[in-house]
Ligand binder design. Structure first.
Ligand code: CP3
Length: 363
């Protein structure tokens, strides 16, 4: 593998974030303290988010560089977490490519036309290659600008870039909206394998180019979110989805940043997710971290896995749960503390702050 240098001004290449607790833990090196960030830390649980979002549609906010940077920074300022997660959405690269999709409040992504036939896949916008100056590359400029603005403010705190995994993206596109069990997508895999493979090839390319744009603009690590992979058996995951995730993650392999792979409800997939181009694994709250380390042979730094439902528990119980997560996480070669899935919209910011303090004061 040739390691293409990141731009010299990149925060990882220049050394600005290289010794941060997050980057150290993801490299399996000891750091100043156990790092913590939260999936969905930027968003509806913060009053300052609701304030700046007033009157702006979700995807409009994602494509406004100043606003996306401000929202990414809000939880870092408030909580002192060890990373900013880029404020965007898994459907942003699709929107940027020209796909007709909106995010409906309280629902999620809704597509004007579901993608179900080969003609539908062939009608998807052409994506091109990274840096080719084509339409998609140009449409990613607001993303690159938002990342540049964000990392300039973050200084030594790394920003994590992300993308939706090809399966989760494809499942949204086949159904045209959120679905309970992703049945139409899971049926398409077997009924029309060529259509499925072509759609996953497209979503992998979109996800890979989205990740690459964020890394080149300044992200020090990436996370691939496979929200729905847990609905698949291990053999179906391997046969129909794993290669797409690997393509998306390996799109940034030459840039040398850590690649975190997270799926919800997916304890049974951890080993195979590790073979999909990941350098670290996100573990949801159902699988204890020591168990996850054992299953994966101690080969991966792990991220997780405070149960989001515990945020409302009495303080002593929450503290004991966080202590248990820290203890179990010690059995992995590196541990990044996170929730075991996204922050609930009604999470109390003061409780979240107290968790960060507890983690940072842990030896
Ligand atoms: O703080 C962060 O984690 C950064 C930003 C982020 C958002 N979405 C912002 C957002 C990230 C990483 C995502 C990823 C995402 N988006 C996923 C994968 C993660 C997961 O939860 O499994 C998925 C499945 C989506 C699709 C999506 N976008 C859903 C299901 C929703 C919720 C719709 C609703 O209103 O209930 C969204 C909207 C969304 N994405 C919001 C935010 C802050 C809420 C929109 C708002 O505030 O109006």
């Amino acid at each position: 593998m040739t390691v293409a240098a990141l731009p010299a001004s990149h925060p990882l290449a220049s050394g600005t974030t290289a010794e941060s607790p997050l980057v150290a833990a993801l490299d399996g090196r000891p750091g100043a303290h156990r790092p913590v960030w939260f999936m969905r830390q930027a968003g509806r649980s913060l009053p300052e988010y609701l304030e700046v979002r007033r009157g702006t549609q979700m995807l409009e906010a994602c494509l406004n560089p100043e606003l996306a940077a401000e929202i990414t920074l809000q939880p870092v300022r408030r909580y002192g977490v060890d990373a900013g997660i880029f404020f965007s959405d898994i459907v942003v690269p699709l929107k940027a490519a020209g796909v007709d999709v909106e995010i409906e409040p309280g629902v999620g992504p809704v597509f004007a036309t579901p993608v179900q036939t080969m003609a539908d896949v062939e009608a998807l916008p052409h994506l091109g290659t990274a840096g080719d100056g084509g339409d998609f590359d140009a449409a990613l400029e607001p993303i690159r600008e938002a990342v540049r603005l964000t990392v300039a403010e973050l200084g030594s705190t790394p920003m994590i870039g992300f993308a939706g995994a090809p399966f989760t993206l494809a499942a949204y596109m086949v159904h045209g909206r959120p679905s309970r069990d992703h049945m139409a997508a899971r049926e398409l895999m077997w009924a029309e394998p060529e259509v499925w493979d072509a759609l996953v090839a497209w979503t992998s390319q979109a996800a890979g180019l989205f990740l690459r744009a964020q890394v080149l603009a300044g992200a020090s690590a990436v996370q691939l979110f496979d929200s729905w992979a847990g609905s698949l058996s291990e053999s179906t995951y391997v046969a129909k989805c794993q290669a797409g995730s690997r393509d998306a993650l390996l799109a940034v392999e030459d840039l040398g940043v850590a690649r975190i792979h997270f799926a919800a409800n997916a304890g049974h997939l951890l080993v195979q997710m590790g073979r999909a181009g990941a350098t670290a694994l996100g573990v949801d709250y159902r699988t204890p971290l020591d168990e996850a380390a054992r299953i994966t042979g101690g080969a991966f730094p792990l991220q997780g896995n405070i149960d989001p439902a515990m945020l409302g528990a009495p303080a002593a119980q929450l503290e004991a749960h966080v202590a248990d997560v820290l203890h179990r996480g010690s059995s992995a070669p590196g541990h990044v503390v996170n929730l075991g899935h996204g922050m609930p919209p009604h999470a109390n910011p003061d409780v979240v702050k107290s968790i960060v303090e507890q983690i940072h004061s842990h030896d």
